[in-house]
Design a protein around this ligand. Structure first.
Ligand code: FAD
Length: 562
């Protein structure tokens, strides 16, 4: 049999900065020109690494996983985790490029965060979720700085924000116990003040992803404290002592996970681990909030980065793969499918980077009151919205590659598996939707969000954009009337609709931000692509609020006779 020329060429990636029209156009609008000129140098380098060396390494590294060695040959407990070669390289590069540090250097003022998250966005999809420890490292640095605990700041923050790979430390966030990740107030870990030893922690941490980190911020209940979240305190610990050994920490096992398999997520036993209170001996859940805000933001940016990666591959493949006599890129239905994915990911991008912008303002004291309300609400709704989009898009991206998308050694299936964690960790969709309700406060946050949406859509002068603007405004009006009715109906009605409400806010704001960018692109770049994305996104289900019957829901959820 003669072998014909092969028509399933693998998708390839170019420089992931140069090729990213959405990122580049946004940065042109968001950053001062001088800052952009300078920032572009490293962003372009990172784009080259992401599309080149790191991507190739990722494909070659596919079957490697972290290993846990619990005992040495002589029966000593050592609990050593070896991470994969790509993770080792990623750790070095993350330090050198300042993927955490860039946020703390004050180089571009409130734009530091945009620069840092642009780096993270490029870095993320080629480094097998090494952004997980980076997110927690960033969160730990911010939490310690906010705590005002000078001793810990002096001890740790310089390491967490170092660009020197030898000095660079990462941090874990050890919250989840078998009793709960969402309902963390049930935590059972106890802190005891022992004579001569200071505080020591005793308990079992059920999910700890940065198991190789030098430090962790964790929750424990000082002995005698009351139950619930308020009785927990926030503690700082160093995983290893001066002798290099784990400090009364046993790594019980690594989790056998669906995705993020390069992340060494471990179950830990703490049996007298030395720790220091970060900020008092109670209110630990409240005191760790700065960490959660940042890890959720990293989650949103990672979601967008995965969407972008999937699309880059699917778009390239569509140009190469010939079926029914033409490249897929010429097939109207395939084109329509990719267009839908692009619109979703473009909207998600602007939602996430608006959140990033607000964090930059917050950290430099340039945020007004209304932006403060939006920020509190946005960490939850951006994560909820983008996490779900990432999973849906990854699934479509696999399908866009046909059978190849389902075959492991194409390197494609991992996109779906790794995306699936995004709506789960750092707060599930439901838990964060309920958090969004809490963030509404006495209504100030909703009013601020509504004002922001109307301000963004008001810039639309183009006719097609004005029509899309109407969709965003109408979604918020509907959300507002639903909220009033649900509050009048009582807590169960409010909770039952919280997910649809949060997603509607997220999608309406994403549309408004996309419209703002689209008008700017028409005016400054004569580029109609963001407008096309805005119009398409406006037709893709922005207002998700519907009236449902609670009785029907109970019957359906429990399969009860009705
Ligand atoms: C790969 C991975 C790595 C992780 N790494 C870490 C880590 O490093 N550190 C750490 O602390 N944790 C970590 N976690 C834990 C993670 O944050 C929690 O698993 C997550 O927050 C969910 O908590 P849970 O497992 O207790 O789920 P549950 O709270 O039991 O949730 C189960 C379901 O119930 C829903 N639900 C819960 N409460 C409500 C409610 N009130 N109303 C409606 N629905 C509700 C949820 O949405 C979910 O669908 C990790 C998890 C994974 C998967």
């Amino acid at each position: 049999m003669q072998i014909r020329p092969f028509n399933q060429p693998p998708p390839t990636l170019g420089n992931q900065y140069d090729d990213d029209r959405v990122l580049r156009s946004y940065l042109k609008r968001a950053l001062p020109p001088d800052g952009l000129r300078e920032a572009e140098l490293s962003l372009r380098e990172m784009g080259e690494l992401a599309g080149g060396e790191l991507y190739q390494m990722q494909l070659a590294d596919r079957l490697n996983e972290p290993t846990l060695t619990q005992w040495d040959a002589w029966g000593n407990r050592i609990d050593r985790i070896e991470v994969t070669p790509l993770w080792q390289r990623a750790e070095r590069l993350a330090a050198e490029y300042g993927v955490v540090a860039a946020a703390y250097e004050g180089k571009y003022g409130r734009f530091d965060r945009i620069y840092q998250f642009a780096l993270a966005y490029l870095f993320h999809p080629s480094t097998d979720v090494y952004t997980c420890p980076l997110a927690m490292t960033d969160g730990a640095a911010r939490t310690l700085l906010n705590s005002g605990n000078q001793e810990l700041i002096d001890r740790a923050v310089t390491h967490l924000t170092s660009r020197d790979p030898v000095q660079f430390w990462t941090s874990g966030q050890w919250m989840t116990e078998a009793t709960g990740g969402s309902d963390v107030g049930l935590s059972e870990t106890i802190a005891r003040l022992n004579d001569n030893e200071g505080w020591q922690l005793y308990g079992r941490k059920w999910f700890t992803s940065a198991a190789t980190s030098q430090i962790a911020l964790t929750l424990a209940r000082p002995q005698g404290n009351p139950p619930g979240g308020k009785g927990l305190a926030l503690f700082y610990l160093e995983t290893r002592g001066a002798n290099g050994k784990l400090q009364n920490i046993e790594i019980l096992r690594l989790k056998d996970k669906l995705g993020t398999r390069k992340v060494p997520t471990a179950e830990l036993m703490l049996s007298g681990t030395p720790a220091q209170p970060v900020l008092g001996l109670d209110n630990g859940v409240r005191n760790i909030v700065p960490m959660l805000h940042l890890t959720r933001t990293w989650n949103s940016v990672s979601a967008v980065a995965f969407m972008r990666r999937g699309l880059a591959l699917a778009r390239d493949y569509a140009r190469r793969r010939v079926a029914f006599g033409a490249p897929l890129a010429n097939k109207p239905l395939h084109v329509d499918t990719l267009a839908m994915l692009q619109a979703e990911s473009e909207a998600a991008f602007h939602l996430s980077f608006y959140l990033v912008e607000l964090i930059g303002r917050d950290e430099t004291g340039e945020m007004n009151e209304a932006q403060g309300y939006i920020l509190r609400l946005l960490t939850s709704i951006a994560k909820v919205t983008t996490g779900r989009q990432a999973v849906a898009i990854a699934s479509e991206v696999l399908e866009a590659h046909g059978g190849a998308g389902y075959v492991e050694d194409t390197g494609l299936p991992v996109l779906l598996r790794d995306s699936q964690v995004l709506p789960i960790w750092e707060g599930t969709t439901n838990v964060l939707s309920l958090d969004a309700l809490r963030a509404l406060g006495a209504g100030e946050a909703f009013a601020a969000l509504k004002a922001k949406v109307s301000q963004s859509v008001q810039v639309a002068r183009d006719n097609r954009l004005t029509a899309a603007a109407g969709v965003a405004a109408a979604a918020l009006t509907h959300a507002e009337s639903w909220l009033q009715a649900a509050m009048a109906a009582g807590r169960p009605a409010l909770e039952a609709g919280a997910r649809r409400f949060a997603l509607t806010l997220g999608r309406a704001l994403a549309l408004a931000l996309l419209i703002e960018q689209a008008q700017w692109s028409l005016d400054h770049e004569q580029d109609g692509r963001p407008r096309a994305a805005a119009c398409r996104f406006a037709q893709s289900g922005v207002d998700l609020i519907v009236d449902v019957s609670a009785d029907d829901a109970y019957a359906l959820a429990n399969d009860n006779f009705l």
